[in-house]
Design a protein around this ligand. Sequence first.
Ligand code: NDP
Ligand code: MG
Ligand code: MG
Length: 336
Amino acid sequence: MNSSTSNPALAKARIAVLGYGSQGRAHALNLRDSGLDVVVGLRQGGPSWQRARAEGFNVAEPADAVKGADLVAVLTPDMVQPALYREAIAPHIKPGAALLFAHGFNVHFGQIAPRADIDVVLVAPKGPGALVRSEYERGRGVPCLYAVHQNASGHAEAKAKAYADGIGGGRALLIETDFKEETETDLFGEQAVLCGGASELVVKGFETLVEAGYKPEIAYYEVMHELKLIVDLFYEGGLKRMLEFVSETAQYGDYVSGPRVVDAGTKQRMKAVLTDIQDGTFARNWIAEYQAGLPNYKRLKQADLDHPIEQVGAKLRARMPWLQNATPKPAAEPLK
Ligand code: NDP
Ligand code: MG
Ligand code: MG
């Protein structure tokens, strides 16, 4: 379809992509369009099996996909990877082949101890799978982090870069990192700022307005709905672009009130979150929670879903048809 990959490190390689969700589907499609030989590894009867077949892939059980592959990309949810490694990868991966991750969690926190005779690398696109695919189709790519954890063949870095080229990342930007940096910064970002920090800021702002007697509908617009406008401006042009678009009054309020809400104490607590990530406390707790059947995860998730901001939000969004399915759901959701 598109021009074949120019990077010789994987020229005649067979690549097994395990998982066909957000990242797996995008990687498999892009690698195939880059001229590489791709087999998709999935559980037969799972929801992704039919989809990958329908999209023209050779699909096999993970162990069979791994046999004979020169590179195995592990693109299933992180928590299922240790068992997948033990059962389908370790017994079958060829000596000298490469094992590739898109997130360093399991290797960095010792949940997967890869065989010594294989390469272990990381290629992590800085964007969701849908964007990895759509940018590739436009002839562009999404920047990727890459890292080498283990270099058994002597060619691990070249293979990681060739894979990043194959999914389009080489057209944009490749940034070298290591498993520790990628894992710890990824966890910190999602906990302190992106998912944890942002959602708590919104919910606390909503509660403050509603408890002061303002209408929940109006509070919703002010603290959740309009957040997108601000985030889009950050995304496009940083703080500068946001400040160019908001009123002088909003800017002055930002300068004097922002630091009252998110202050030095917040930063201290961010550091405590980072310490828990660095010393393995978070990983240990999360793995124990997963193994116990997710009791706290389920309870905390339900509490978020039951918050009044969710009821008023659902009612308001139903009257804004342009929001319905604006972002397609990932092919498969982790951790139901
Ligand atoms: P998904 O949750 O989208 O993966 C779901 C896929 O994995 C489905 O195809 C599912 O198949 C398959 N799967 C689940 N369990 C197994 C199993 N035991 N054996 C084989 N296949 C299985 O994953 P993501 O794409 O979100 O994440 C993949 C990796 O990429 C993770 O390491 C993640 O941290 C990393 N990453 C993710 C990003 C993202 O944007 N989501 C960004 C950067 C990195 P079925 O449907 O049949 O159950
Ligand atoms: Mg993450
Ligand atoms: Mg929250």
